[in-house]
Design a protein around this ligand. Structure first.
Ligand SMILES: NC(=O)c1ccc[n+]([C@@H]2O[C@H](COP(=O)([O-])OP(=O)(O)OC[C@H]3O[C@@H](n4cnc5c(N)ncnc54)[C@H](OP(=O)(O)O)[C@@H]3O)[C@@H](O)[C@H]2O)c1
Length: 282
C-alpha cells in the first residue's frame, strides 16, 4: 500500500477541483482533505459524494464561513487553487498570511503564470503550476506539472503523487504548460465534439437519438479502450479497420481531404493565443 499523502486543501472545488477530489478519494491515499466553494449547495454535494471514502473530508461553504479559505489553507501542506483564473490573485492575497511553513501552493488555473502566484505569496513560497483535465474524475487524467522557482525535486515528487491518484503526469517547464493545455487540458472537449458530430451523422442516416448516441459514444469508448489495452500505435489500429478499397478507406479519405491535421493545428493555435490573452489579463 502506497504512503498516505500530506493534508490537502482544494480552494475552489468545481469541475476541475472536484474532479481531482474524486480521484484523490477513490485512490484511498488521501488522509485529510479540506475543500471550499462559495455556495452551501455545492459544499454539501461534495460531502455527500465523499460519504463512503476513507479520507477525512471537510467541505466548507464560504457563504456559511466567509473566512473558510484562510482556515482551509492553514490546515494543509498542499494547497490546490481551483478557482477561475481571474479570481486567483485575490484568493492568493487572502490566504498568503495563513499558509503553513513549507506549504506547496499548486495552481490549476489556465493562463495564470507562476510569477503571478509568487508575486501574491510570501517570499520563497513553494509554487507549482499544473494543467490537469477532467477525466481525473475516473482516474484517467493527463496532468502537466511545472515547478516554480522555490520548488525542489522533493516538492515536485510530492505534488506529482497527488495528481497520479487521478491519472498520468507529465513534468514540463512552465513555458510548455500552455501548449500542453491546448492538447490535453482542452482535449476532452475536442473528443466530445467529435462524438456529438458523429451522433448527428447517425441521426441524419435515419437512426433514433438513443441508437445514434449509443453507436457514436460506444465507438469512442471502445476504440479508446482498445488503444489502452493493446498499447498499439493508433495508426496501426486504424489500418486494421481500413481494408484496402473498402468503405472505411473512403470515409477516412474524406476526413483527410478536409485537412483534419490543419484543423487541429489551427484549433490548438487558437487555444494558445487565448492562453496568452488570459495571462495578459484580457
Ligand atoms: N474545467 C476544466 O476542464 C479545466 C481544465 C484545466 C484547468 N482548469 C482550471 O480550473 C479552474 C476552475 O475551473 P472549473 O472549470 O473547475 O470552474 P468551476 O466549475 O466554476 O469551479 C470553480 C469553483 O470555485 C468556487 N469558488 C468561486 N469563488 C471562490 C472563492 N473565492 N473561494 C473558493 N472557491 C470559490 C466555485 O464555487 P460556487 O460554484 O459555489 O461559486 C466553483 O465551484 C480554472 O482556473 C481553470 O482554468 C479547468
Amino acid at each position: 500500500m502506497a504512503h498516505s499523502l500530506p493534508s490537502i486543501a482544494i480552494l475552489g472545488a468545481g469541475s476541475m477541483g472536484g474532479a481531482i477530489l474524486q480521484g484523490l478519494l477513490a485512490s484511498g491515499r488521501a488522509s485529510r482533505v479540506t475543500v471550499t466553494n462559495r455556495t452551501r449547495a455545492k459544499a454539501e454535494a461534495l460531502t455527500d459524494a465523499a460519504a463512503s471514502a476513507s479520507a477525512e473530508l471537510e467541505s466548507i461553504a464560504l457563504e456559511v464561513e466567509p473566512e473558510g479559505n484562510a482556515r482551509a489553507a492553514a490546515s494543509a501542506d498542499i494547497v490546490l487553487i481551483g478557482v477561475k483564473p481571474g479570481m486567483v490573485p485575490d484568493l492568493l492575497d487572502e490566504i498568503a498570511p495563513h499558509l503553513r511553513p513549507g506549504a506547496r501552493v499548486v495552481s490549476l488555473a489556465a493562463g495564470v503564470t507562476i510569477a503571478t502566484f509568487e508575486a501574491h505569496l510570501p517570499a520563497g513560497a513553494i509554487v507549482l503550476r499544473s494543467m490537469p483535465n477532467t477525466p481525473a474524475v475516473v482516474g484517467k487524467a493527463v496532468t502537466g506539472l511545472a515547478p516554480g522557482s522555490a520548488a525542489a525535486p522533493d516538492d515536485v515528487a510530492t505534488v506529482r503523487a497527488v495528481f497520479e491518484t487521478c491519472g498520468a503526469v507529465i513534468e514540463v517547464g512552465e513555458e510548455q504548460i500552455d501548449a500542453l493545455s491546448t492538447i490535453s487540458g482542452s482535449g476532452p472537449a475536442y473528443v466530445f465534439l467529435l462524438v456529438e458530430e458523429l451522433t448527428k451523422a447517425a441521426v441524419a442516416k435515419g437512426f433514433g437519438e438513443a441508437d445514434a448516441r449509443l453507436m457514436a459514444e460506444q465507438t469512442f469508448i471502445g476504440a479508446a479502450a482498445l488503444l489502452d489495452a493493446t498499447g498499439e500505435d493508433p495508426a496501426e489500429l486504424r489500418r486494421r479497420v481500413t481494408s484496402p478499397k473498402g468503405t472505411t478507406e473512403r470515409a477516412v479519405a474524406v476526413l483527410q481531404d478536409a485537412d483534419l491535421a490543419g484543423v487541429f493545428g489551427r484549433a490548438t493555435d487558437a487555444a494558445l493565443v487565448r492562453a496568452k490573452e488570459l495571462a495578459a489579463g484580457a
